[in-house]
Design a protein around this ligand. Structure first.
Ligand SMILES: Cc1cc2nc3c(=O)[nH]c(=O)nc-3n(C[C@H](O)[C@H](O)[C@H](O)COP(=O)(O)O)c2cc1C
Ligand code: SF4
Ligand code: SF4
Length: 337
């Protein structure tokens, strides 16, 4: 926690503290792809006593703003909230996978402690927004969106066995792979809630953090990025984010929050798009041609780019795969290539 604090974390959340002993399956983490994990790690394997008497006070002495994650049931959070607050935690985050537990937990903990109470939501729930609204009505000060996605499965093809050793071999997906799900969840929350939202899920780089803010996050959280790249990566991500905000013309992180929401309310767009092509930026990789399902795009041997507008369905993929931004959509310039 202190390494994260020194790397620039505004706050650091503990592993979820429970009153039940934790023995993790072995192995319980698997690299799903370069920037994402599947895991079946449970809550903390340290005792509640150790967190309350040792870990939280030590982190607080080291200057860390500690968010104590507690759960997963009402009897547990009722017994843990006051001791973790007294140990120096600046905020409490409630975690439960059962809404029947979660709402009473918020009501109860709100009465027990004075510090801000956050609720961490799973992205998997069918009544996601309704749960968030009920948590806020019950006294939650902020929502953390979200926990990891799943259940998911990976199989080791050399053995035919699940890659994770948990029950049924299943686990939970995190990192880059879940970012689009979390962005949608954050935007959904921001459209109906005014409280702070911590966007957590798939933030690996500066662009991800800015995208999360644009969807409506007030703050951004990271887990997988710091597991895979180490706590010190946070300081690079912070400075990259500042540089990128500057390049994009934003004064600071707060000014980006929710900028995309106005466009999420617009009706479906069906008019054809206009392409712009800058020959000097084109490296003739052919990616745009290869990816066109309609064989609308061609690159001749002399390097001339062409698009057959009769065949083009304006799916947008050729623009997105172009590695140099030689090919873009241009709203102002009606040049077709
Ligand atoms: C190995 C691992 C352990 C996790 N343990 C917890 C936990 O104890 N409590 C919790 O609320 N979330 C836990 N999470 C979920 C993360 O806090 C986070 O919500 C999720 O991974 C999405 O963020 P990310 O894509 O930045 O990793 C864990 C995630 C991973 C990968
Ligand atoms: S927009 Fe889609 S259909 Fe049109 S040229 Fe590009 S990839 Fe092909
Ligand atoms: S993907 Fe971009 S760089 Fe590659 S050939 Fe097409 S326009 Fe040129």
């Amino acid at each position: 926690m202190e390494r994260l604090h020194l790397a620039g974390a505004g706050a650091v959340t503990t592993k979820t503290i429970r009153l039940i002993d934790c023995i993790n399956p072995k192995p319980h983490m698997f690299l799903n792809s370069r920037d994402s994990l599947v895991n079946c790690e449970k809550w903390t394997d340290l005792s509640a006593d150790q967190w309350i008497k040792t870990e939280i006070p030590r982190a607080v002495r080291g200057g860390v703003v500690v968010i104590a994650s507690i759960g997963h049931t009402l009897p547990e959070s009722s017994r843990l909230a006051e001791p973790v607050a007294a140990s120096g935690a600046a905020m409490i985050e409630l975690v439960s996978y059962d809404e029947a537990d979660l709402i009473p937990m918020v009501t109860d903990i709100r009465r027990r402690v004075k510090c801000p109470v956050l609720v961490k939501l799973s992205p998997n729930g069918k009544r996601f927004l309704e749960t968030a609204q009920r948590c806020v009505a019950a006294g939650a000060d902020a929502i953390t969106a979200c926990d990891s996605l799943g259940p998911v499965l990976r199989i080791d093809i050399r053995t035919g066995r699940p890659a994770l050793a948990g029950a049924n071999g299943t686990g939970w997906l995190s990192g880059r792979a879940i970012k689009p799900v979390i962005l949608q969840r954050v935007a959904e929350l921001r459209n109906s809630l005014t409280c702070p939202i911590i966007g957590l899920g798939g933030v690996m780089e500066a662009a991800d953090a800015i995208e999360m803010a644009m969807a409506g996050a007030t703050f951004v959280g990271l887990c997988t990025a710091l597991i895979l790249r180490g706590p010190e990566y946070l300081s690079k991500l912070r400075s990259d984010t500042e540089k990128m905000l500057d390049e994009l013309g934003y004064a600071n992180f707060a000014s980006v929050s929710g900028v995309a929401l106005q466009y999420l309310r617009q009706p479906e767009q069906t008019s054809p798009l206009k392409f712009a092509y800058v020959a000097s930026k084109c490296i003739h990789c052919g990616q745009c041609v290869k990816t066109c399902c309609y064989q609308a795009r061609s690159l001749s041997t002399d390097g001339t780019m062409d698009v057959d507008i009769e065949k083009c369905h304006y799916c947008g993929l050729c623009v997105d795969v172009c590695p140099t931004r030689a090919l873009t959509f241009c709203k102002e310039d009606p040049e077709h290539v």
